[in-house]
Design a protein around this ligand. Structure first.
Ligand code: PGA
Length: 228
């Protein structure tokens, strides 16, 4: 089955000229883009499938600075990341993550739930305990299908990754927590340099890519390798 390639563009672009340059260098590559909200329309107009990096727990109303699931859905967005570690560390609790998943599903956005351990937990071999709790709490009272991305916190933006065996083991472990088939991605320092190796991991359904996805040639190489 074709692997999913997700480009988490974070806050890497800060001018519309840079975004135009980026989009001009892409042709018909098959990936899902998660740009800043303010550039969403540019990506959608280019014909790209889009997601957002976060959504509000609220649907509509007096919530200064928040962006609702319904507003991005109305713009043509189909996915949302939820529980990315860069947002979890701003006091996003598992309860909030659970509410965000519910509101995403209510608005027909597919949630990509990000889970992963920090370095201390990794060193203490606590990964499975941590991600089991993150998944159970995030999916409390939810039985609709979502996508999960395994992203060790210590592998994000560090050029470090777990071994292929470790990633395969965690992905199998996550899949076995469910009675139905679920897509599980890997994210954390995926690049054009390690994609050949990562792509050989059994059972990985795709990749969530941050920094490397901001370079069109790296992104194209990653897509090419994963579609072979
Ligand atoms: P990275 O980020 O590829 O820059 O490590 C991945 C992510 O945060 O989703």
């Amino acid at each position: 089955m074709k692997k999913l390639i997700l480009a988490n563009l974070k806050m890497y672009f800060n001018s519309k000229e840079d975004v135009d340059k980026y989009l001009n260098e892409l042709k018909n590559e098959d990936f899902i883009a998660f740009p800043s909200y303010i550039y969403l329309e540019k990506f959608i107009n280019k014909g790209l499938t889009c997601g957002v990096q976060n959504i509000s727990v609220h649907d509509i109303g007096a919530y200064t600075g928040e962006i609702s699931a319904s507003s991005v859905k109305n713009l043509g967005v189909n996915y949302t990341l939820i529980g990315h570690s860069e947002i979890r560390k701003q006091n996003e609790t598992d309860e909030i993550i659970n509410q965000k998943i519910q509101i995403a599903l209510k608005n027909n956005l597919t949630p990509i739930l990000c889970v992963g351990e920090n370095l201390e937990a990794y060193n203490q071999k606590q990964t499975k305990i941590i991600i089991t709790k993150q998944i159970k709490d995030a999916l409390k009272n939810i039985n609709k299908e979502i996508i999960i991305s395994y992203e060790p916190v210590w592998a994000i933006g560090t050029n470090k990754t777990p071994t292929s065996e470790e990633i395969e083991d965690i992905i199998n472990y996550i899949k076995n927590l469910f009675t139905y088939n679920i897509k599980v991605l890997y994210g954390g320092s995926v690049s054009e340099k390690n994609i050949e190796t990562l792509n050989k991991i059994n059972n990985v359904d795709g990749f969530l890519i941050g920094f490397s996805a901001t370079d069109p040639s790296s992104l194209k190489k990653i897509i090419e390798v994963t579609q072979k």
